[in-house]
Unconditional design. Structure first.
Length: 83
């Protein structure tokens, strides 16, 4: 013997019938927090913010800039730093 039961209801009605919680408020809160975090991360990647992080406020002489770049390249290749 075979029985087929067809139920026509919305997802919200089915959730209520089975006693499952409504997670829409939680999803909205999580999405709002994720959006805020993503926008904050994008703001920190703005060219002005990157310039402030990588370039100091004090002006360097060309010799100091060249020495800093050489030290950075030597460190990236594992070469000892020149003193």
């Amino acid at each position: 013997m075979k029985f087929n039961i067809e139920i026509d209801c919305t997802p919200e009605e089915a959730r209520t019938f089975f006693g499952l919680p409504d997670v829409k408020p939680m999803q909205a809160a999580v999405m709002q927090k994720m959006e805020r975090q993503m926008l904050d991360a994008l703001a920190s990647m703005a060219p002005e913010a990157l310039m402030k992080a990588w370039v100091p406020a004090t002006p360097w002489t060309p010799g100091q800039m060249q020495e800093a770049m050489a030290n950075m390249l030597n460190a990236s290749f594992g070469r000892p730093r020149k003193e």
